[in-house]
Design a protein around this ligand. Structure first.
Ligand SMILES: Nc1ncnc2c1ncn2[C@@H]1O[C@H](COP(=O)(O)OP(=O)(O)O)[C@@H](O)[C@H]1O
Ligand SMILES: [Mg+2]
Length: 442
């Protein structure tokens, strides 16, 4: 009997459900390989009947288990497409795609791009990065600071910006190492991914504006989707508070050219990518983090809303090895702002959250009754939502206004210090589109 065609999602979570729905609409069986249970509430709830089979994966760090899951899935289904946004699953996705004859970046190249030490060393050797880096063991042997500037200590296999520390002396480095061992990474999947390798890299700190570049790579061709600008917490800029997409930028061409060169250097052959770069005032572009997967959070919804398309179709096409139509990226578009909100100072328990009615994909990121830490770190966020505008300035103003109107435990968030965001210069600015052919049909 012919095997059934299946679309396989690795660790189906959050807005990945948009892709699952499109795959289902195309008539594929939808299979989820998951450690975590499927979400059953909120805008990204997995509706009954959407997923045909869930295969439980006890540990993505257990290679023998992962291999046997892949073998089983490949024997029972004809795999016609895949989708994943969680780093720990990406080598497994590449292996399944290889077995199924789908276009993919090789397992070896996926493993290398996930290794921040190897990425930095390769790009530095090729002149695509000016940041020096050393493995932590080497830096721990330093008797004096050997870089010309401050540095960031980060996991070789990082995710979710966890365990990144800025240091500029050997004493600070030793303190940061002590903190690595004392800080508890709350999310078990993230913790397992970081510590399965366990290595850390110390790399020079880049200066400038952090933004990201979203692309869809089809069989070696890097298709540009959009730049994304960032909101951060005013009191602590490492805490991400939101994004604006698309994000027109005066150094657009330099950013895209450098990002394409980095894709080529790292052997990225197929799939969505979400690349974080830092851009300084004169347009110098430094790679910060190469994610060989599409953007997380509610990005598929925000991207679709900004461009007036169903981004699930693009993600499903790429997943199935079908060349996606990216012409939307070059046309005039609206704008979307996705916001992350924190509890107000002093809050100790999450009871409820309500969002203005025009918000898209409004969702709580804590459960009723959950204790709050009293801090305002990334993982203390209580909710997320998306708003849109016809122009960048309208989307920006709508985003800031909606933040104030969010009601937490019965009270408006208003202008409390944990609701005060900073953002890069060009956020909310109505800059010209980088594409001169916009609005033309040809
Ligand atoms: N070399 C660097 N220079 C400046 N900032 C950095 C550097 N490396 C990391 N960062 C900061 O730390 C954050 C997390 O690092 P990143 O490599 O993106 O880790 P993750 O894979 O966990 O997302 C980045 O978004 C950036 O704000
Ligand atoms: Mg990152």
């Amino acid at each position: 009997m012919a095997r059934q065609q299946a679309f396989v999602l690795f660790e189906l979570m959050n807005a990945m459900v948009v892709t699952a729905r499109e795959a289902k609409a195309r008539g594929h069986r939808v299979v989820a390989l998951n450690h975590d249970p499927l979400r059953d509430s909120g805008p990204f709830a997995v509706a009954d009947g959407l997923v045909d089979e869930v295969v439980h994966v006890e540990s993505w760090a257990d290679q023998a288990e992962v291999d046997s899951v892949l073998k089983d899935v490949a024997s029972r289904y004809e795999v016609v497409g895949t989708h994943s946004v969680f780093e720990a699953t990406l080598p497994a996705q590449a292996a399944l795609r290889t077995a199924a004859g789908l276009p993919t970046t090789s397992v070896a190249d996926v493993r290398r791009v996930l290794d921040k030490a190897r990425v930095r060393a390769k790009l530095y050797a090729e002149g695509l990065s000016t940041l020096k880096s050393v493995p932590l063991d080497v830096a721990l042997g330093w008797t004096r600071w050997e870089f010309d500037r401050a540095a960031v200590l980060k996991p070789v296999n990082g995710t979710g910006s966890a365990l990144c520390f800025e240091v500029s002396t050997t004493a600070e480095l030793h303190d940061a190492v002590a903190r690595v061992h004392s800080v508890h990474v709350v999310n078990p999947l993230m913790r397992e991914y970081i510590f399965a390798n366990g290595g850390f890299v110390l790399e020079e700190k880049a200066e400038g504006e952090l933004l990201s570049v979203e692309s869809m790579v089809h069989r070696g061709h890097v298709g540009f989707v959009a730049l994304t600008g960032r909101y951060v917490l005013a009191a602590d800029p490492v805490v991400e508070q939101g994004t604006q997409i698309p994000y027109h930028h005066p150094h657009h061409d330099a950013i895209v050219a450098r990002t394409e060169a980095v894709h080529r250097s790292l052997g990225i052959h197929h799939g969505g990518t979400h690349v974080e770069v830092m851009v300084d005032d004169d347009g110098t572009v430094e790679l910060i983090d190469f994610n060989p997967r599409s953007a997380g959070f509610g990005s598929p919804v925000a991207t679709g809303a900004a461009f007036g398309i169903d981004y699930g179709k693009v993600l499903t096409d790429i997943g199935c090895g079908i060349e996606p139509d990216l012409s939307f990226a070059r046309r005039d578009s609206g704008f979307a702002v996705e916001m992350v909100v924190l509890p107000p100072p002093g809050a100790t328990e999450f009871r409820s959250i309500e969002f203005p009615s025009h918000c898209l994909a409004p969702r709580a990121t804590k459960s009723p009754g959950e204790r709050l830490t009293g801090r305002a770190d990334q993982l203390d966020a209580i909710g997320m939502f998306i708003v849109t505008g016809a122009t960048a300035s309208q989307a920006h103003e709508a985003g800031l206004a909606a933040r104030r109107e969010v009601v937490f435990n019965g009270a408006r968030l208003g202008d409390n210090p944990n609701n005060s965001v900073a953002y890069s210069t060009f956020i909310g600015q109505d800059l010209p589109s980088p594409f001169p052919t916009r609005n033309s049909d040809g």
